[in-house]
Ligand binder design. Sequence first.
Ligand SMILES: CSC[C@H]1O[C@H](OP(=O)(O)O)[C@H](O)[C@@H]1O
Length: 332
Amino acid sequence: MTASVQPIVWAGDHLRLLDQRVLPHEERWVDCRNAFQVAEAIHGMAVRGAPAIGIAAAYGLVLDALHHRDYDAAELVLAESRPTAVNLRWALARMRGVWRGGADAARLLAEAQLIHAEDLAQNLTMGKLGAALLPRDATVITHCNTGALATGGHGTALGVIRSAYAIGHLAQVYNTETRPWLQGARLTAWELTRENIPAKLIADGAAAHLMATQKIDWVIVGADRIAANGDTANKIGTYSLAVSARRHGVKFMVVAPSGTFDLQIRSGQSIPIEERVPRELTEFRGAPIAPLDMDAWNPVFDVTPADLIDAIVCEKGVIENPTEAKVRALLG
Ligand SMILES: CSC[C@H]1O[C@H](OP(=O)(O)O)[C@H](O)[C@@H]1O
């Protein structure tokens, strides 16, 4: 079972990206013909989501290889497009391994397409593993967008939700709006409503009240980088969801493929947190929300300590109550 939407499409000599800046009310595509244009699409969040930006970056290298452009320059501009999601660097490293072997554009394309296909397969595996942790007719909260739009298809946390719904283990989703970029209100809502999965949108600030007043079984989120000890960087607001979940006896699940783990860093303190421009907070689509002279601080990720996480689901298996020993045992 895969989601109907495919936001990343290889079109023979260019890459087509479903522009996530204008969903859900407009379906517009961005056509990229070189690595720089893919890097711009990643930085500008036309394509976003940790696995999706890794997949897009892999295709970006192919675009430049097709025209025999400098590989190192292409890799650098892509690597610098966003700092937190380690999947970007993981994909670039995997492609470099192939290029170093003297690969031509056709071989690089095959590897990019393999990364893309493997991500979908991993998400379907994680969907099954995560759905099995949920009780029948579960009620869950999810944050940001972790669906087909953020991955190679099906999704990570939203993939667990899709898989759980398919087997009767899901009665209700509450998806947070996820300010300031509204991945939840615009993208997760779009994916859930297209598939008639029972969901209610909530303000980010309503999640703790929901957990305090109603039976919530799990909070299920994605990840952008997971340190060796299980500390997890994810969309801003994830940490406060984890604190509220622990306070109210709600279980907390992180869903991420193995390409999201960064075993080079031992704790979340070493994860670079992306800060974006203040106007993403003070405006929405160019319309001012705050006074024009209002400054803002706009970190777009935070780190949830491993001791607030009940389970990390990846395609290699489930890590319950994650510790460095357990993470390394599963992921080497
Ligand atoms: C499937 S992981 C998606 C992950 O990426 C999102 O961040 P962004 O929308 O800024 O790329 C968010 O942290 C999601 O959990």
